[in-house]
Each structure stands twice: as C-alpha cells, then as structure tokens.
Design a binder for this molecule. Structure first.
Ligand code: GAF
Length: 395
C-alpha cells in the first residue's frame, strides 16, 4: 500500500521537493524543519460546529507534510510537490488556489508572532476534495512549520484557532472549528470530544478493538461552491425565528433542545424546522456516542452514526447518492458497527466503525463491490486514529 512505499511518504517527498525546488539557488547547511498534520474523519457531530455544538472526530494516519527553511527576508516561496507548482509571495500578497491557504496562515500568525520568510515544500497523502479535511491539514502543517523556522511555539489550541481564522478570512468558507481542532489536537488511538462553544475538549480512548474504514466516493466537493454557506445561513435564520417566538435570547442552536424546538415549531417553515431538528438531535447523538465509545458499546456508537447519516440526508440535505450508497454498502457488511457521511457533504467520504479483528475482511469485501455500488472513482482504505500536528525529525 501507499504507506509502505517510501516514494509516496509525504515526509520524504516534502524534503526531496524542498531540495529540488530551492537548494540549487540557495544552498542550505542546516536540516529543514519538518511538520506533519493529519486529515480527519468525524464519527458523529456533522454540521454542529458552527452551531456552537458538539462533535467527535479522530485524526487519520494520512498527512500533509511541510518541509521548510527560513529566509532572511519576509518572502514566502511555497512548492507543491504533488503538482509541481511554486508560488512566491510577500506578506501583503493574496495568491490564488492552494497558495491562498499558505498565505492566509502566514498572515494570521504574523499578527502574534514574528515570522521570517520561508521556503516551503508541501506533500500530502490526504486526498483533496474528499471530505477528509485536507485544507485544515495543510493549514496546520504550514502553521507549525512556520513556527518551527521562527523557533517560536504556540499553544496548540491557539494554532488551531489561527488556522480556523485563516480558512474563514483567506478562503471565505464560514466553517466551524471542527477540522482545525481535529488536525491540531487529536491523539493516537482516541477520538476528540469537542465542545465548539466552550472550545474545551477531551480525548476519548476506545473501550475496545475497533477499526476505521473510509469510503471515498470520488465525488469531489468544493465547500466554497457548495451549499455549505447556505446551511450556515439557514441555521442563523432558524435561531432568529426561535428566539423571537420563544421571547428568549438564545444565540445559537446549541441553546435549543427538542422540547423548545417542538413548542415553537410553528415559527419555522419546513426547511428551517428540519435544519434545526438535525442540529439539535445531532448534539444528543454526540453525547450518546461519546459515552458508548469509551465504554466499548460499539453497537450504540454505530446506531448513532446511522441515525446521523439519515438526519444529514433527510433533514439537513447535504448527502448525495454516492454517499448514501457507501453507507448502505457498509451497513450490509458483517463486522460494521455503523457508518455515515463525514465532512461537509455533497460528495466526499463516508466513515465506518468496524470490529478491529474483522477490519481486513471488511475492507476486502467493501473494496470488492465499491465500484459497482458507489462508483468507478470510489476508493476504500482502513486507517488508524493518529496524533495531531507535530514537528518531526527531518532525517
Ligand atoms: C466541513 C467544515 F469545514 C467543518 O467546519 C464542519 O462544519 C464540517 O464540514 C461538517 O461537520 O468539514
């Protein structure tokens, strides 16, 4: 597989890419700084983060790696080894495409930290557009590498928040903190229970042997072009209507429970009612899954995942035929506790929670029918819950 092939290891590719792109015109004596940040799946808690709600992600063992050398000016040159492009920009420039993420992270960090310019090379094995948070992984890895070349440190929560601001301000997606916190703060062999209102979190170790399987539908999504910002707006409108109807100062759907929602259902049209019902019920499912995960009650976690998928499909309307097919296929496979779409939706990936001792067989079985059931571009891979962003030795 890809992880056993040194050619495809993002760390080695980032270092080789850095030397190939930049060493010839500016030889370096020192070893580069090397940072890695993971992609993520979310076990349950979809579209709750921007509603001040709860979620339960874990980091996957797929990473964006960034190798970096400091410069003695304030210019950043960034080389994307995976598509052979190099972008060069000064602090006030606003480059397009992938470089926008790099520039946005540097700009936000410079508000708090003195950063020199840097030469960077980026390599990734997090599929992009697959709902696995490749952009947050890029942001966190770039941020950690820039701190590394500056010899600066930052509280991991502050780094995650800086990257979240970079995504919102630099790229224009009204996302919540889920992806940046998952890529920044997860620990191996556990999920991250995250309260997006207080921003407090807890590492939830699995109470038994479970595996994680990702089914990437191959249907690419682009958050900025999708209905994502529409959903953010619909939730805001639902909150305003419920606040008026209940004559209370609730400020987000986190303040709404099933009881309040049902009492004031008349204040909402059908669409806004269903959007709110998804968020309110999803927060409850996260609480349930968190406890069940720690206790080893994986059937309960799995049920919460299936219910979450149905709610995202029917009430929130962010699924698609390929995601539904992936979840259905997983649900028919022995050894699977539960499955749901993960990420923003409208394409991307589904995640399945699997009996750890059955993971290889489950992966083989799902792989055998994934192209006929989900689509020709679909891919299946098992992953291990891994740690968040970190600096690693570069040799
Ligand atoms: C995307 C967003 F970036 C996250 O903030 C989150 O809302 C997620 O969709 C849905 O849970 O990944």
């Amino acid at each position: 597989g890809p992880s056993s092939d040194p050619e495809s290891d993002p760390k080695s590719r980032a270092i080789a890419g850095l030397r190939a792109a930049f060493d010839s015109d500016r030889p370096h004596a020192s070893d580069p700084v090397l940072a890695v940040a993971p992609g993520r799946v979310n076990l349950v808690g979809g579209h709750t983060d921007y509603n001040d709600g709860l979620c339960l992600p874990l980091a996957v063992d797929r990473h964006v790696a960034v190798a970096a050398w400091p410069r003695d000016d304030d210019v950043i040159r960034a080389h994307a080894t995976d598509f052979g492009e190099t972008a060069t920009f000064a602090p006030d420039d606003s480059p397009d495409g992938w470089a926008a993420y790099v520039a946005a992270v540097a700009r936000v960090l410079r508000e708090d930290v003195t950063l020199p310019g840097a030469d960077l090379a980026i390599a990734s094995d997090v599929p992009s557009g697959a709902g696995l948070s490749s952009s947050a992984a890029l942001e966190l890895a770039v941020g950690q590498s820039l701190l590394g070349v500056a010899d600066a440190t930052m509280d991991p929560t502050d780094l995650a928040l800086a990257c979240w601001r970079a995504e919102r301000e630099g790229v224009g997606v009204e996302c919540g903190i889920l992806d940046q916190f998952a890529s920044g703060l997860c620990e191996p062999d556990s999920a991250l229970f995250l309260d997006c209102r207080s921003r407090e979190f807890e590492h939830v170790a699995f109470g038994g042997d479970v595996g994680i399987l990702v089914v990437d539908t191959g249907v690419s999504h682009e958050l900025a072009d999708s209905g994502y910002n529409d959903r953010v707006r619909e939730c805001r409108e639902a909150v305003a209507a419920l606040a008026a109807a209940s004559d209370s100062n609730l400020t987000s759907l986190r303040d709404v429970d099933t009881d309040l929602l049902e009492r004031h259902a008349d204040a909402l049209d059908d669409v806004h009612y269903r959007r709110a019902r998804h968020v309110v019920s999803e927060n409850e499912r996260v609480e349930t899954a968190r406890k069940a995960l720690a206790a080893g009650n994986f059937d309960t976690v799995g049920d919460a995942m299936y219910e979450s998928h149905e709610s995202l499909r029917d009430d929130y309307e962010v699924s698609c035929a390929e995601l539904d097919a992936a979840v259905e296929l997983a649900s028919e496979t022995a050894g699977v506790y539960g499955a749901r779409m993960t990420g923003g939706g409208f394409g991307g990936s589904a995640v399945a929670l699997v009996d750890g001792s059955e993971l290889d067989r489950v992966e083989r079985e799902i792989r055998a029918s994934v192209s006929s059931r989900v689509g020709d571009a679909a891919d299946v891979f098992a992953c291990r819950p891994s740690g968040g962003v970190r600096l690693v030795m570069s040799d």
